[in-house]
Write a protein that binds this ligand. Structure first.
Ligand code: ADP
Length: 373
């Protein structure tokens, strides 16, 4: 503490002053014009170039340079005031009081600014948390609805089968009717299973646990198998499939995950292009393996075409078409993990073509690419 009650640091040369100015925040600097080595003008110039003392008020103190020219040099060098020795302590004290007050006010403003910034960050975090909770609630309600929907027809089929068995013996049942009821029930169970699988996959993706089991795969044979697996459902919605595959399109992929992508394309076609023919193609495209599914269904507007690959994004009316908006998101993640590309070309009311292109080469044991949330 000095006589005026302020904490202070003393420097015996310009260099020492510069060092101190780098280490502390000062409310004011009293600077002698005559100093050994670096003089006061040069020291002031360098203090101005030091970030911490860039705007610190400098008061020059001098015993001899009482000329206008010297005073002017002082101001040019960055002084805010000039005092002549012997110093009038009362004047010095009142000047220092002003600078100390300015310094405290600046500190206060800086602290308030920091508090405001922290508050803004907290508010933003709260808002994001609220949005995330609202999204989660909406998702739970959508998922519950999606799980509940197939249960009603499934229960109805089971109830009428039970009733039929109460009034007739097993041998008296009409086999065509029973087969039809079982096929409806099977489709509902399949839909339930698919929704549960999609939900599980989304949770795997968000915890980075969607892994690939790579093996040698014949793409044409895989696609043919999926079409056969899905034939009953396609027949039910009157979709005739025209399938052409270039032979020998072989690569290293996860067959289970690729089947999932194909089933997603076919089940979307069955929903959004019911009653219309489908074209499925497998070919080699500039050193890559390609597969596409083309339909003549409701199509997708250009502005919706990239968004539908994101989580929960849908372009079709949920009143007319059931769905969670997860199939294409999961498909895209699977294709990205394979270092491939997925794309859509589509025109409303004309139809859509979904294409996947995959590298053929055996992947080196490297880390998978980052998945997008
Ligand atoms: P979901 O079909 O369950 O909503 P998807 O992720 O599979 O989820 O598809 C996202 C959206 O993309 C669908 O809601 C639909 O609007 C659109 N879409 C996907 N496939 C087709 C298609 N073949 N024809 C028209 N629209 C489609």
């Amino acid at each position: 503490m000095n006589d005026f009650g302020y904490a202070y640091e003393e420097a015996l040369s310009g260099r020492e002053a510069l060092k101190l100015a780098e280490e502390h925040d000062f409310a004011a600097i009293l600077l002698d014009v005559q100093m050994p080595g670096m003089d006061g003008f040069e020291t002031a110039k360098r203090l101005r170039a030091t970030p911490r003392s860039r705007v610190t008020p400098i008061i020059f103190v001098t015993a001899i340079h009482r000329s206008e020219e010297y005073e002017q040099r002082g101001y040019i060098a960055g002084a805010v005031d000039y005092l002549f020795k012997p110093i009038n302590t009362q004047i010095l004290e009142s000047k220092l009081a002003v600078f100390a007050q300015l310094f405290q006010q600046a500190e206060e403003i800086r602290r308030q600014g920091e508090l405001l910034r922290e508050q803004a960050v907290r508010e933003k975090e709260n808002q994001m948390l609220k949005q995330a909770l609202a999204a989660k609630d909406e998702f739970i309600s959508m998922a519950s609805h999606e799980l509940r929907t197939p249960m009603t027809p499934l229960l109805l089929q089971l109830q009428s089968l039970t009733r039929m068995l109460q009034s007739q013996s097993l041998g008296e049942l009409d086999p065509v009717r029973v087969k039809h009821m079982l096929s409806i029930s099977g489709a509902q169970v399949q839909r339930l299973a698919r929704t549960v699988d999609e939900l599980l996959d989304v949770s795997r993706i968000s915890t980075n646990k969607l892994n690939l089991n790579i093996e040698e795969v014949d793409l044409g044979a895989l696609v043919e198998r999926v079409i056969a697996l899905y034939a009953a459902e396609l027949q039910r919605v009157n979709c005739v499939v025209d399938f052409v595959a270039e032979p020998g399109v072989i690569g290293y992929w996860d067959p289970f995950r690729l089947e999932q992508v194909l089933i997603n394309f076919l089940s979307n076609a069955a929903r959004y292009a019911a009653g219309k023919p489908l074209e499925v193609r497998v070919w080699r495209d500039h050193g890559k393996a390609a597969v596409s599914v083309r339909d003549e269904g409701i199509g997708i507007k250009t502005e919706d075409q990239s968004r539908i690959f994101q989580r929960f994004e849908r372009a079709a009316s949920s009143r007319h078409f059931a769905g969670l908006g997860l199939g294409l998101y999961i498909s895209q993640q699977i294709v990205t993990l394979h270092r491939g590309e997925i794309s859509v070309e589509s025109e409303p009311a004309k139809g859509s073509r979904f294409t996947v292109k995959l590298p053929i080469e055996k992947p080196a044991a490297v880390a998978p690419p980052e998945l997008q949330a």
